[in-house]
Design a protein. Structure first.
Length: 87
């Protein structure tokens, strides 16, 4: 369940200053204050941004996809790709 009263640590990073994900948390928390639906649907984009900052799942998925494509192209013998010149 979603709670507009959820708390987070101080918001300070390891070396002082604002933690790298705190701005995303603050945005999500402010959204929850105005959330009218019980399922948190209106604030879901803010929540996803906050969780992406924490866990980098989307970034990891993109890296895995790029690596898989590179491997696929290398196994294919390199033909059909860019370059090659020729007349």
């Amino acid at each position: 369940s979603y709670s507009a009263n959820a708390t987070m640590s101080s918001g300070f990073g390891l070396r002082g200053g604002i933690g790298r994900c705190y701005p995303f948390w603050a945005e999500y928390k402010e959204c929850l204050k105005t959330e009218e639906r019980n399922d948190g649907g209106i604030c879901m984009p803010s929540r996803e941004d906050y969780f992406e900052c924490l866990h980098n799942r989307r970034e990891h998925e993109i890296v895995r996809a790029v690596n898989a494509e590179e491997k696929k192209q290398k196994e294919g013998g390199g033909s059909g790709g860019h370059g090659g010149g020729g007349d």
